[in-house]
Design a protein around this ligand. Sequence first.
Ligand code: UDX
Length: 431
Amino acid sequence: MRVGVIGSGYVGLTTAACLAHLGHEVVAADLDSDRVARLNKGDIPILEEGMPKLVADGLASRRLRFVVGAANAARDAELIFICVATPQGDDGAADLSFVEIAAREIAPVLSPGAVVINKSTMPVGSTRFVQRVLHETAGGQLDRVTVASNPEFLREGQAVRDFLNPDRIVIGCDDPEAAVKVGDLYRSVRAPVIVTDPASAEMIKYASNAFLATKISFINAIANLCEEVDADVREVALGMGYDPRIGFQFLHPGPGYGGSCFPKDTSALLYTAQTHGYDFGLLKGVIDVNRNQYDRTVAKIRSAAGGSFEGRVVGAWGLTFKADTDDMRDSPALHILRQVMAEGATVRAYDPAAGEQAENQLPGVVACQDAYEAANGSDVLAVLTEWDEFRWKDFDRILSSMRSASIVDARNLLDPAALRRRGFKYVGIGR
Ligand code: UDX
């Protein structure tokens, strides 16, 4: 099928590359001409396993190409995915202005019978909103154009795998014929397909992310309580997880959830609840626990530094919002380190993937080339992202290079007994 993809960020690029891999002819658009030029050369601007190969294969087979401008991707396409950013507005609501711009740009060029598909996370009502914008813009010239919701459930770092092996495919559309067309795109993918109305499809996405965020805040709250009662949250999570109704996933305590989805989507869902007069206290609690988790982590580092950050050096391992991505959007590490620096500490940070972003995101940080350099001369070493390489460092070398041997492990990544044996003071989460 001929597919247009509007927006070549994480979601758009994954959608475009994977649909080309499935045999469709895909034209993906972006506003940024440099990005488009890079992508057409197979130069991938994000860290995503499997993506370079998929894009290279797509370009070589001519089933994938990148263009500047939404209209150029939508023209001639049977199905058009809207994959632009829906950032969080000041009031917590999702900002649909990029969606509206995209819809206005494609409206005049849509072919008869085209299906426009909302792929980005958009609040309930967005399918109808896009339909309205298209009709307004085209001024009655739209011929059998339908809008559907087909939310993504992609984890960064595993987006290609998640796209090609999804747990489910959700299609929200009032027009059964259009829903079948969207379903046909995924014919070679094995997964249950849920065809429903647009509002339910949109809610499925928000409810799924909010539920996962709830699991994380729940285990973080239990971890905090474990610290008070001398229990070990890892044992607790293990014991809980064997119950298949609970499961093991998303029960890892940490410095709080971050990234481009959970913080934004939980706020947007809360906003939806508020605007509809529903007091979603549970979700408010989830967000509060998450914010407190940043503060609790700062307090642990402060306490390990002797009660104050004045004149102290904090070594930080990890800046991205989780391992195996180079994404630092809404990263707990950044929230935590900004506070640590505001209170007077010097921060020496290392992240395997953050690159030059570190200095932009944390002005004044000492950006280090490796984990040893970050630990060197520090009073406390804080582990903020669960990069696997941190487990395998030479901790004797680290011990002798630190000013004082204290580790705050906000991801429960390291082995406390082994570190204490070496002479470190170790503080984890809920253990
Ligand atoms: C998430 C959803 O998983 C995905 O389905 C959705 O479409 C987009 O949002 P992503 O943001 O890439 O994906 O990351 P995810 O792996 O879900 O982690 C989100 C945050 O939660 C990270 O900061 C991570 O460190 C944290 N987390 C995750 C925990 O603290 N504990 C856990 O047990 C799991």
